[in-house]
Design a protein around this ligand. Structure first.
Ligand SMILES: [Zn+2]
Length: 261
């Protein structure tokens, strides 16, 4: 399956699916048991395009922020709507610079429509392929492709990942579901930039854990990507608020450590 075919897939948009998504979100599989004492912001990239590894990481590095890349290994080395996708060299370069590599399935399957067995097998294939590609560091983070999941499936990842990100907007305070964390989408629209900027500003007044996610970072982005200027604006805004710009693993560790201190 090519990257173009993967990104052309559209999850179920029926009313039944919308109701199911709402119910799924409220069925917490693993609550965040402590309240963040400081604000942690994670800039994240899904699938992930080479431009996210290059231009995206450059923008993060300008302010010494660390980001996270959710790698769909079936898309590696392909070329699609989002431009060129990542390869082995990107994994090494990102890890070397302190960014995090995370899981995102091998085939970018819709986990709401697949059996638990198939989802777990696809994740195992994803992790095995990352190892084959030379990524030997532990992979403790995951993002649901298309943000799609099921209430019965979420608990199956508790033993596999420290935290799992979704795509529904919101911040993550005490009680947030570690198996479906909320995240602000940054796409090619002005509205998505404004919404994420407002959330980052609000988070400065109320300690929380906030995710921003996008795909390619390019002057002419795909519908799912953003421009360097928009990403830079959000990264600098986040830095200026005094938030900690860390990887999801670092956020989990800091939130739980601060609680014990
Ligand atoms: Zn994806």
């Amino acid at each position: 399956m090519t990257a173009t075919a993967l990104s052309d897939y559209v999850p179920d948009r029926s009313l039944g699916a919308k109701i199911r998504r709402r119910l799924t979100r409220w069925q917490t599989a693993k609550p965040l048991s402590v309240a963040p004492r400081e604000t942690y912001i994670c800039f994240t990239f899904d699938d992930f395009p080479k431009s996210a590894a290059e231009t995206g990481a450059e923008i993060l590095d300008e302010v010494d922020a660390k980001g996270c890349y959710y790698a769909c290994t079936g898309m590696a080395g392909t070329n699609g709507t989002m431009g060129k996708l990542f390869d082995e060299r990107d994994l090494t370069a990102l890890t070397g610079a302190g960014h995090e590599i995370a899981a995102h399935t091998q085939s970018h399957l819709d986990c709401a429509r697949a059996s638990t067995e198939d989802v777990l097998a696809d994740i195992e294939a994803n992790l095995a392929r990352l190892k084959e590609m030379g990524h030997t560091a532990p992979v403790t983070q995951f993002a649901w492709p298309y943000g799609e999941t099921r209430a019965a499936l979420k608990p199956a990842l508790i033993d596999r990942f420290a935290a799992v990100r979704g795509i529904l907007p919101g911040t993550n305070g005490k009680g947030a579901d570690l198996m479906q964390l909320s995240a602000y989408e940054l796409d090619q629209t002005e509205a998505s930039v404004e919404r994420a900027a407002a959330a980052i500003q609000a988070a400065a007044l109320n300690p929380t854990w906030l995710f921003v996610f996008t795909h390619d970072v390019s002057e002419i982005p795909s519908p799912w990507g953003t421009t360097p200027a928009h990403l830079r604006r959000l990264v600098r805004l986040a830095r200026d608020t005094g938030a900690k710009l860390v990887t999801p693993s670092q956020a989990v560790q800091a939130i739980y450590t601060k609680d014990e201190a």
